[in-house]
Design a protein around this ligand. Sequence first.
Ligand code: FAD
Ligand code: DHB
Length: 388
Amino acid sequence: MRCQVAIIGGGPSGLLLSQLLHRAGIDTVVLERQSRDYVLSRIRAGVLEWGSVEMLREAGVGARMDAEGYPHDGVYLACRNEGFRIDFKDLVGKQVMVYGQTEATRDLYEARDRMDGKVIHNVEAVQIHGADSDAPYVTYTRDGTEHRLDCDWVAGCDGFHGVSRQTIPASVLKEFERVYPFGWLGILSETPPVDDELIYAQHERGFALCSMRNARLSRYYVQVAQDDKVENWSDDAFWDELRRRIPEDAAERLVTGPSIEKSIAPLRSYVAEPMRWGRLFLVGDAAHIVPPTGAKGLNLAVSDVHYLYHALVQAYEGDAHGVTHYSEQALARVWKSERFSWSMTGLLHRFPDRGAFEARMQEAELDYLQHSRAAQTSLAENYVGLPY
Ligand code: FAD
Ligand code: DHB
């Protein structure tokens, strides 16, 4: 089999890239290790920057998001059970969109089906060959049979544990990493959200976040120890802990119910450089991970797709500038989102290895944020997403 761009991974970045390229007349094959049902069962990100909203529209998959998503004009931050609002609309004239990653991924799969896009599920043993030559190809097995896919370019959209990054020789790849000494315990519940907007709460017991998927579906998180286990947390214990950490008026309004999903995610900052090796590109989580504070993971995957999509279209028009500079262009934005996610994580979490001085620093910074329009503008500008 042959295609122009072989895409490893059928998560949001692989599907979006494939959809955009197909609409531009460039032919792709997506190779995904899991089944479609499995990919759509993963509960992940919930907040889209406006640039991501526009990219999904450009890919022709914006209709349901525009009908069912929730534009938000601001967020609440809280310190010691008292909240204050950051008004994006007023500060930087922009909004974000609450629309779950699962829904955006479902829309992308349906769009790929409508265009007869090739997405091959349940592939195993994917290997990338000749990425540093002019004739790369990918091999994989499916139902025990080995297949070969020849291509012009390979897009590694296969997440943090994929094969693409591992294909780049260790002598070329530089890695930058920070692992945080805590995780997020998240639940999904069929209850109305506690507020119309998100609440990011700093508290001496640890961070908490109130988010949502729609008017009847809430997503809440509390900071837990790195080695904590989901089995240690009954629903009642979760709700009690959440109530302790959020503003008092929100705690009083909180509607609780049984969780329909409960999981713990570790927190990590990670960047791999470069994001291109010969004809192989790294995209999204394959190249970088952010801690979730600030909602940047999915949005960074979308901005990588933006750069790569335009670079590949240019390359097929005879101009290699975009592909040559993809890595530095994408990394410039990646590092700024890494910085924001790292600083929001530092501002809002309780660090077991830090003392009373650092706790006061956090409180002083939150107090400064509450009363300084300049500080709020900086946070708002980063939260809604820096320009591409
Ligand atoms: P992925 O979504 O990881 O997709 C990669 C795909 O590649 C997967 O479908 C995988 O099955 C496939 N794959 C992997 N290896 C291979 C292989 N060898 N061959 C073929 N296919 C392969 N971000 C936020 O902003 N907010 C959140 O709340 C949030 N929560 C998260 C919770 C968890 C548990 C995780 C893991 C991530 C979370 N993120 C969150 C991050 C966000 O979901 C990711 O940044 C986003 O999914 C990146 O998209 P991607 O397409 O690059 O990678
Ligand atoms: C959600 C996750 C985040 O990491 C975040 O910063 C905001 C919202 C969510 O899952 O809804």
